[in-house]
Design a protein around this ligand. Structure first.
Ligand code: 5GP
Ligand code: ZN
Length: 121
């Protein structure tokens, strides 16, 4: 069941979290259970359940969100990295407030395999 803004964990972290950076209606935080050496989450301040609802953002705001993701990686010292969005329960989404994973450096291969739902023999 998707969260509503009043009980949404990431809405709370947007207002009260430990922000790595914040600008233009977006914040970046450290993931509580990192799967890579650097694992940041970019959250829009505006509550949108999932990437599927990207149309809730005007084009200009969607563009700024992408730039914020890139600037967050750059500010974290990353040149080469992954950007990941899990979409819907079947896509591995567990928190229903749109967020972008920024992943760089060494990966925890076991955790990454679980996130990507790969077979681990
Ligand atoms: P999803 O699976 O929805 O794509 O990603 C949710 C992410 O939020 C997970 O990587 C999880 O570790 C992270 N997370 C869950 N609860 C908290 C929290 O209270 N604080 C922070 N910083 N990250 C959280
Ligand atoms: Zn929210």
């Amino acid at each position: 069941m998707p969260s509503q803004p009043e009980n949404c964990l990431f809405c709370r972290l947007v207002t009260a979290g430990d922000h790595v950076r914040t600008a233009d209606g977006f914040v970046a935080i450290r993931d509580i259970n990192p799967i890579a050496e650097t694992h940041l989450l970019v959250l829009p301040e505006r509550h949108v359940d999932t990437f599927r609802d990207i149309d809730a953002f005007p084009d200009e705001e969607a563009g700024r969100m992408l730039r914020f993701v890139a600037d967050t990686a750059s500010a974290a010292g990353l040149d080469d990295y992954k950007v990941l969005v899990n979409v819907g329960e079947g896509g591995g989404q567990t928190v229903f407030h749109l967020h972008w994973h920024v992943l760089g450096g060494r990966f925890d291969s076991g955790k990454l395999a679980r996130v990507l739902e790969l077979e681990t023999a």
